[in-house]
Ligand binder design. Structure first.
Ligand code: FES
Length: 215
């Protein structure tokens, strides 16, 4: 019995209809996105169920989860704050930024604050190497990028979440090329002078986010 298919039959049929029958494995990303909506992360049984639907192996499905930062294989906090500490960013102080941010929040990389508010993660290149330290945030409102950050601005953002919006938040950057707006924009308080816009967290965006070089 495929519980994922049973629960989302209409959505899955709709997704599969976008691909030729002999190419249905290409639907792996939107199906992962669908499965992730349930708990905020991909569970082991999801891999198997998606594999069954697409006639591929669970290992193949798992490799996609492991490669893309927009898929999660473990539970996280309400907001996932993902800092790039890949080499170019490390040369611009990303490691120190990450260490100090964790120190201030009382967590290690990969951990969630005790109040369940924020999970700090280290990720590979986010295509903004010349604007490090930078991080992307993933939460119910979508995905946003914060570049040229300091520990203070990052903590200000966390404080904004903690105060339920009472504290002005640093604005995320505008949309990157090829990204679409989310239907749920963030508050548009401006700290950096840049417009506040949210990128749509769709599976098709996932591929673009991970692969494209931006301006
Ligand atoms: S190495 Fe960090 S954004 Fe490219």
């Amino acid at each position: 019995m495929n519980l994922l298919y049973e629960k989302y039959a209409a959505e899955i049929k709709h997704i599969l209809a976008k691909y030729p029958a002999d190419q249905k494995r290409s639907a792996v990303m939107p199906l992962l996105y669908l499965a992730q909506q349930e708990q905020g992360y991909i569970q082991k049984q999801d891999l198997q169920m998606i594999a069954e639907i697409l006639d591929i192996s669970a290992t193949d499905v798992g490799s996609i989860v492991g490669f893309y930062t927009l898929y999660h294989d473990h539970p996280g906090g309400k907001h996932r704050l993902q800092v790039c500490n890949d080499l170019p960013c490390a040369l611009r102080g990303a490691d120190e930024f990450l260490e100090k941010l964790c120190e201030n929040l009382g967590v290690q990389v990969g951990e969630t604050t005790p109040d369940g508010l924020v999970t700090i993660e280290a990720v590979m290149c986010l295509a903004g190497c010349d604007r490090a330290p930078l991080f992307q945030v993933q939460d119910a409102e979508g995905i946003r990028y914060y570049e040229n950050q300091t520990v203070e601005t990052a903590l200000q953002l966390v404080e904004h979440w903690r105060s339920d919006g009472a504290t002005p938040a640093p604005s995320p950057l505008g949309l990157r090329a090829g990204q679409e707006k989310s239907s749920t924009p963030l508050p548009d308080e401006t700290v950096t002078g840049l417009s506040a816009e949210v990128r749509d967290e769709t599976a098709s965006d996932t591929a673009a986010t991970e692969t494209q070089e931006t301006d």
